[in-house]
Design a protein around this ligand. Structure first.
Ligand SMILES: *[C@@H]1O[C@H](CO)[C@@H](O)[C@H](O)[C@H]1NC(C)=O
Ligand SMILES: *[C@@H]1O[C@H](CO)[C@@H](O)[C@H](O)[C@H]1NC(C)=O
Length: 482
């Protein structure tokens, strides 16, 4: 069913698809079988329009991006947050179902890519990946793709079309809107919140060689996934490294934050570089920064001094005695939380990460139950980046966005996609301005379980309503940030 054009990668994709369907099947339980992702497909009405023989197809409007030197307004992160909150408030029941479908697909891709990345991360001190940003970046390319690339991307996203024509094809706009809904749900604080707001800012940069014209409808279509889209042109060919440097400076100036290395300067023949830059900033209510710095054991003989937070509260917790790790869940928003996963033996992080960051993750997390806990953990300021072209190559799909990809909805020009980078800044701090939670909720210290993350651990940012894992990460050394 996957088409002959997929031959070399077909086996890997089919395996993915089967796993995904099996997994989705578990999630839907005994209900009558419907395709798990049908709400994200084109509605019949759109298909009728799309299939109408168009008498005079008007030429799509295109434009040439302005040069990178042009003046650009700085990103207003507070406005982006307010916009997402508004999105969450307006969601209807069907939008929430779509968000859950996209959440499931993004998680599945996230776990798969986490595995690929962790092979490359061995030397890094800390690493973070965003399944939703990863999924959104590939869904953006899906929006710009025509067959056979569109069909291949659809399978890779996790929803094989089953050859039933238009109504079994993903509607890229619906997918990106659903992804925006997951972002909105993450930052929504609810009425009784009283918490410091979470920030989640997503900025897409489209860096083109001079003269490459982009289709307006494509660039406008990205606005739901990334409210700030920056198409800019510059010389990519004569000195790729210099071009990468210029792009890095540009992104830092416009966003005001420093992520992991945005681009490293790819091949000289690229005419489009795609950058997705994400900033997450969470504040932990009722936590305070401990004075001075505390010891964090990188391994059994090396320690570093780092700033740490601590707080006491009733948190969900679970010690898996069979597999030797513990999980603690700290609420961050109305339906979002931080999951902290600590191996009982510090040198066991790789085993636990392979076990836990897996598609049965959420099922495992059902074992948590409330406990009085005094939690101490490092303050986090992590930077990370990864090139999706690398990940695709590791997933044995090196040509998916290669020279022969059909991306005719992005541009009719000479389009050659170079680096496709996600770069992240992930921050987790104490909410110093808040008073500690009401005394009724404050268990006395004597009965509280001590949970101290002073050795390597894993974390995830999870949003319950969509089931989406927005970030997955590991901290081997909170200081050694790449
Ligand atoms: C968990 O720890 C116990 C005691 O150290 C050990 O016997 C057991 O093999 C460990 N389990 C796993 C899955 O590593
Ligand atoms: C320290 O860790 C290393 C590798 O993780 C291990 O081989 C060694 O036995 C450990 N030493 C002690 C004293 O636990």
């Amino acid at each position: 069913a996957l088409g002959s054009e997929m031959a070399p990668a077909g086996v890997a994709l089919q395996a993915t698809v089967l796993c995904l369907l099996a997994w989705a099947g578990l999630a839907t339980g005994d209900r009558v079988y419907v395709h798990p992702f049908h709400l994200l497909f084109y509605p019949k009405s759109t298909c009728i329009q799309l299939e109408k023989p168009d008498l005079e197809t008007p030429k799509e409007p295109t434009f040439t991006p302005v040069p990178i030197q042009a003046k650009s307004a700085p990103v207003d992160e507070e406005a982006l947050r307010a916009q997402l909150v508004l999105v969450a408030e307006k969601l209807e029941a069907e939008d929430r179902l779509r968000a859950a479908e996209v959440g499931m697909m993004a998680n599945f891709m996230g776990f798969r890519m986490y595995k690929m990345l962790s092979e490359a991360w061995v030397a890094a001190g800390a690493a973070v990946l965003s399944p939703t940003a990863l999924f959104g970046t590939l869904a953006s390319f899906y929006l710009g793709a025509l067959d056979p690339t569109a069909r291949q991307l659809q399978s890779f996203l996790g929803a094989p079309g089953e050859d039933q024509g238009c109504t079994s094809r993903l509607d890229g706009h619906r997918v990106l809107s659903a992804l925006q809904a997951t972002q909105g749900l993450l930052v929504a604080q609810g009425e009784a919140g009283g918490r410091a707001p979470l920030l989640l800012s997503t900025v897409v940069g489209l860096f083109t060689a001079p003269g490459l014209r982009l289709k307006q409808s494509f660039v406008q279509g990205l606005a739901t996934f990334a409210p700030v889209v920056l198409p800019r042109s510059l010389d990519l060919s004569s000195d790729p490294e210099l071009a990468a440097e210029k792009i890095g400076r540009f992104l830092q100036a416009v966003t005001g934050w420093t992520t992991g290395r945005p681009l490293s300067g790819g091949r000289a023949d690229s005419t489009l570089l795609f950058s997705t830059s994400v900033h997450f900033h969470g504040k932990m209510k009722g936590f305070s920064l401990l004075p001075g710095s505390q010891e964090f054991w990188v391994d059994n003989s090396t320690s570093v001094s780092v700033p740490m937070l601590s707080g006491t509260g009733t948190f969900q917790h679970w010690a898996d005695v069979q597999n030797n790790f513990s999980v603690t869940r700290v609420p961050l928003g109305e339906s979002s939380c931080l999951l902290l996963i600590q191996p009982h033996c510090a040198s066991d992080l790789d085993r636990v990460s392979a076990l836990v960051f897996h598609h049965d993750f959420l099922a495992r997390m059902k074992n948590l139950s409330p406990r009085a806990i005094h939690l101490t953990m490092p303050q986090l300021e992590l930077r990370g980046s990864y090139d999706l072209q690398d990940l695709l190559a590791r997933a044995k799909l090196p040509t998916l966005l290669g020279a022969d990809a059909n991306l005719g909805r992005i541009s009719d020009g000479d389009l050659r996609v170079g680096e496709v980078v996600n770069s992240l800044l992930f921050e987790l701090k104490a909410d110093e301005e808040e008073q500690p939670a009401e005394s009724a909720q404050q268990p006395s210290m004597s009965e509280a379980l001590e949970v101290t993350l002073s050795s390597p651990f894993l974390f995830a940012i999870y949003e319950k309503d969509s089931g989406a894992l927005h970030f997955l990460g590991r901290v081997d050394n909170p200081l050694n940030v790449v």
